[in-house]
Design a protein around this ligand. Structure first.
Ligand code: FE
Ligand code: CA
Length: 516
């Protein structure tokens, strides 16, 4: 009761009246009543954690009793709300390792980001939140190993491209069931498009999202999905965006397609703000105007280092007007997909040799891919050839033993050998790329491989492709990497199983895919 009185003392009468109006139905108001209406159950977006370090991890939730409210504030009153959190080594919280409280504010859509410290390395924990008498579900998370430790293995799932309208998020559910150590999300976590009426699952609103309220509602709509919530509650995530968190195929401050009648800097600022609010990110990622510091490194002792790239915010505009092109301009030395600062940061991080496996989590197709007409995608690294050349040359010059590129965006699964010169069929690989298929984008997909026989002959380093929905499972040990491509046959019906459609191994110190 004391806490309520103190909180009430801090808000004006108008805010209290507004809160009562937003809180809605009489059923939400406790018998006997107080000056402020009770909050309806606010944890409808679930819980999440991310970016583990040896002594801590970020905990996330966002209060939203009515996630789809058009104002983007999820049915929350226009006032601060205190959110308590607890961390335990036990699922039932018999003993509590740490507890604290944090203030959820309207200016950040009542999201909270708790950066824990002082936990034991290489350990699993459970966490939950409480606000005004309501308790969240329990999430499971973990810390990273000590920087000097060599863990025996780490299992990492990778996901991307979850178009809500195109099917159920069954793949997210199956990811949760794997109980991985880490989940990497490589972008297109939401899509910005307006609703297409008649589908089983339909986007919020009436048109493409542009305003802060609309981006907040869209994130809330996705986060309200039970399968996605299960995946967030199962393990810490490392998230990086691609284009659709803002706008299809944007490049830096250049719109993908103009004509939305809004200053793109303002739109990017809005989309970045909503992304930050809805992801388990550290305060270092809090956006400033239309900029957000998203690229970062997460270390897993001496075993692996995860370099998470942002290939959208700093890239040059797509060459030759984007699309699939034969485009000499794509090779210009001045072109960059990372920006110079991120490129230097990546090469410096690779030179440090922190761990055996240097895993570069990023968005778009990295290896050379030519279609039968010799064209390539100007939105991928094939449209930024000098960037790819500098980074590949860079890891060779720095004696990086085990570079692994993890990729999203293409809505199909791929396993590729990387080559310093892709025309040299006999040359040994210098690294590998594993591209995860989409969670939902593209609907059920097809059993016909996306790489045709003609294209396979033109691109002999592309070893595997597959056209169903799913995710990528990778397991790293000091001796080898194993990768399993996991596929769900149908997502237009709920609850389908997942199966492995192909597996590859990479031996430590010997870049290149081995079919297993
Ligand atoms: Fe996508
Ligand atoms: Ca994309």
């Amino acid at each position: 009761m004391n806490r309520r009185i103190i909180l009430l003392g801090g808000v004006g009468a108008a805010a209290v009246a507004g809160a009562a109006a937003l809180a809605g139905s009489a059923a939400d108001t406790p018998a006997g009543g107080t000056a402020r209406a009770a909050l309806a159950y606010p944890f409808r977006l679930g819980v999440a954690s991310g970016d583990p370090e040896p002594d801590g991890v970020v905990l996330w939730t966002r209060l939203a009793p009515r996630p789809l409210n058009g104002d983007g504030l999820g049915g929350m009153p226009n006032r601060d709300v205190t959110v308590e959190w607890q961390v335990s080594t036990e699922e039932h919280f018999g003993t509590v390792a740490q507890r604290g409280s944090v203030t959820a504010r309207p200016a950040e859509a009542h999201s909270v980001h708790v950066e824990l410290a002082g936990l034991a390395p290489d350990s699993w924990y459970y966490y939950r939140f409480r606000a005004e008498g309501h308790t969240s579900r329990v999430g499971r998370t973990r810390t990273a190993p000590a920087l000097t430790a060599t863990p025996s293995s780490v299992t990492v799932l990778a996901a991307s491209c979850a178009h809500y309208e195109q099917g159920h998020f069954t793949a997210y559910r199956r990811m949760a069931e794997e109980r991985p150590d880490l989940i990497l999300h490589l972008g297109d976590y939401i899509y910005e498009y307006g609703p297409v009426p008649g589908r089983a699952r339909v986007h919020s609103g009436v048109s493409e999202i542009l305003s802060l309220a609309q981006y907040r509602v869209r994130h809330a709509q996705y986060k309200a999905d039970a399968d996605l919530q299960a995946a967030h509650a199962a393990a810490p995530w490392l998230v990086v965006w691609d284009d659709h968190e803002v706008h299809n195929n944007y490049a830096g401050l250049v719109e993908g397609d103009p004509g939305h009648g809004i200053d793109f800097r303002a739109r990017r600022a809005t989309a970045y703000q909503a992304y930050y609010e809805n992801m388990p990110l550290r305060a270092t990622a809090r956006p400033v105007a239309w900029n957000m510091a998203l690229f970062r490194r997460v270390r897993w002792g001496r075993l692996a280092t995860f370099h998470l790239l942002d290939t959208r915010q700093y890239r040059s505009d797509q060459a030759c007007g984007d699309g699939w092109k034969v485009c000499p301009e794509a090779a210009a030395a001045t072109r960059t997909i990372t920006g110079p600062g991120q490129e230097t940061w990546l090469l410096d991080g690779l030179a440090a040799h922190h761990g055996s496996w240097d895993v570069i989590g990023q968005q778009v197709f990295f290896a050379q891919r030519l279609d039968s007409a010799g064209r390539s995608s100007m939105d991928s690294w094939n449209g930024y050839l000098a960037s790819r050349q500098r980074i590949q040359r860079g890891w060779l010059d720095r004696s990086v033993r085990n570079p692994v590129i993890l990729t999203g965006d293409v809505h199909t699964a791929w396993a590729n050998d990387l080559k310093m010169d892709y025309r040299d069929v006999a040359a040994a690989p210098i690294g590998v790329e594993l591209a995860t298929t989409s969670i939902a984008s593209g609907g059920d997909g097809s059993d016909t491989p996306p790489l045709s026989d003609t294209e396979a002959a033109l691109n002999p380093h592309l070893k595997f492709s597959h056209g169903r929905r799913g995710y990528l499972r990778t397991r790293y040990t000091p001796a080898q990497l194993t990768a399993d491509f996991r596929a769900v046959s149908r997502i237009t019906v709920a609850g389908e199983p997942v199966r492995t459609v192909a597996s590859f191994a990479v031996a430590e110190g010997r870049p290149g895919l081995q079919a297993i």
